[in-house]
Design a protein around this ligand. Structure first.
Ligand code: AMP
Ligand code: GLY
Length: 454
């Protein structure tokens, strides 16, 4: 019989505990988060033959309905997450939201030898600090709005008074997507400075403010898969940040999204990646912080060319839902390759179909809203060809799906072209009932107008 593999004195044989990367052909995965993005990640991960075991923490009604095991550790509890990943012997951690990344989940997991599909804490400052992002864009030569940064309200005031509106006032730190005020008048700009720096409406996130020139144009998102040294673009997507039709009302986390966005066609993805993503990846690698995970550039297509509004260091929600519906490639293979620093672009394949997602939200969102509203018609919605209902804020109790958040569902459809995807998504939305809910009825209209040449 064969003797046991030998190893240097004291070390376990390769492939056992000492091995940094799993040698097994199967993978145990932990997904962190509870939104529609995380439901979509879980849905796509489960399609991979590599994935043998999947846990989501904390997950939602949708992941529960899909039979995915859940844990009860919150996304900001880094030590709790590390303990969970160890106990469950996971081979890959997939953080959905930005908070754990900004808090250093990747650094913590890597110290424990657990691959994590996300950037380290240093790189996550691209999203965690507006000033860090602006400074890096300047060093890397990425086009963006002119800006100035302030640590006290007085100097911010005199800058605003000197420059005059329109201006964009941004709290430096994480503010759940609400830390940006596009001020049309000087008075509004001064009020925003006071709210952030004197009334501390965003707490510590507002210790510094970044004040930017106001850019005009249409917005589009470019998300790239990054393995530390290289970046592979996903097809473009467009979010709808305003709460109501016609881009009216307060800004939200996103009320719907579609892919591709005709304003950034596939033929221009490489060029755009060279302009706004690869210089950043190269710069960070040069600082010994190779960026692993998703780097997302929010772009404004101005008359002077594309400019970066912001970076996110993760999939967008709801952009993730239509993007993952279009992904043909094996997401687990892709994410593992990214953590190993060898992403092969041929793994990243997409259906040429369009995908469009409509968010169903609770009345009052993004302000205060009720929870616990019963939702029906989910099966009927999914009986529509090409439709998947991703849950954003739901829970599953006594055989019933109840609302449990501001954004409740993201009803997503694949179609032959944008119009077809839109028709299918709205037909599905109309089969769902939930008291005190609302949704935008114009998701995708900008893209359709582009295609019609208007
Ligand atoms: P951000 O979190 O930086 O992406 O900002 C949120 C939203 O504010 C963006 O999606 C834009 O609609 C708007 N915005 C941010 N920066 C600017 C800018 N410099 N000019 C015009 N609008 C902006
Ligand atoms: N939908 C925009 C974001 O996820 O930040």
């Amino acid at each position: 019989s064969k003797s046991a593999p030998t190893s240097p004195a004291g070390l376990p044989p390769a492939g056992e505990a000492f091995c940094f990367f799993p040698r097994r052909k199967t993978v145990r995965i932990l997904v962190i988060g509870s939104g529609g993005r995380e439901h979509a990640l879980v849905w796509k991960i489960r399609q991979s033959p590599l994935c043998t075991d999947l846990i989501v923490t904390p997950g939602n009604g949708g992941t529960q309905l899909d039979g995915v095991r859940s844990a009860d550790v919150k996304p900001d509890d880094i030590l709790g997450l590390l303990k969970l990943a160890r106990e469950e012997k996971v081979d890959l951690v997939v953080p959905g939201p930005e908070l754990p990344l900004v808090l250093g989940i990747t650094d913590a997991m890597n110290v424990a030898g657990i691959p994590c599909f996300g950037p380290d804490r240093y790189c996550a400052q691209l999203e965690g600090s507006k000033y860090f992002a602006k400074d890096l864009m300047k060093k890397a030569g990425v086009p963006t709005a002119e800006c100035a940064v302030f640590n006290d309200a007085e100097s911010a005031h005199s800058f605003v008074a000197h420059r005059g509106a329109p201006l964009v006032i941004k709290a430096d730190g994480l503010a759940a997507g609400k830390g940006v005020v596009v001020a049309r008048t000087t008075e509004e700009a001064l009020q925003a400075v006071d709210a952030i720096m004197k009334d501390h409406v965003f707490g510590d996130a507002g210790r510094q403010v970044v004040i930017e020139e106001c850019l005009e144009g249409e917005e589009v998102s470019l998300l790239c898969l990054c393995d530390g040294l290289s970046a592979v673009p996903l097809p473009s997507a467009q979010d709808h940040k305003a709460a109501y039709d016609g881009d009216k009302g307060p800004n939200t986390g996103g009320m719907g999204a579609y892919s591709p966005a005709p304003i950034l066609p596939d033929s221009e993805l490489e060029k755009m990646t060279d302009l706004v993503i690869r210089p950043v990846i190269k710069h960070l690698a040069g600082e010994n912080h190779p960026f692993v995970g998703v780097l997302y550039a929010g772009l404004m297509m101005t008359k002077d060319g594309p400019k970066v509004l912001e970076y996110n260091v993760r999939f967008g929600d709801p952009e993730c839902q239509p993007l993952l519906m279009r992904l043909d490639g094996d997401l687990v293979k892709i994410m593992l390759a990214c953590t190993r620093g060898n992403l092969d672009p041929s793994l990243v394949t997409f259906t040429p179909k369009s995908a469009l997602g409509v968010v169903v939200a609770a009345e009052g969102y993004p302000g205060s809203y009720d929870r616990g509203m019963p939702i029906t018609g989910l099966k009927e919605a999914e009986s529509e060809d090409g439709v998947k209902v991703f849950h954003s804020g739901t829970k599953f109790r006594d055989g019933q799906v109840l609302s449990d958040g501001g954004r409740v569902l993201c009803v997503t459809a694949l179609g032959d072209g944008l119009k077809d995807a839109q028709d299918r998504a709205y037909r599905a939305v109309n089969r769902i009932t939930m008291p005190k809910s609302f949704h935008r009825t114009d998701i995708g209209m900008k893209g359709i107008r582009h295609l019609e040449g208007k």
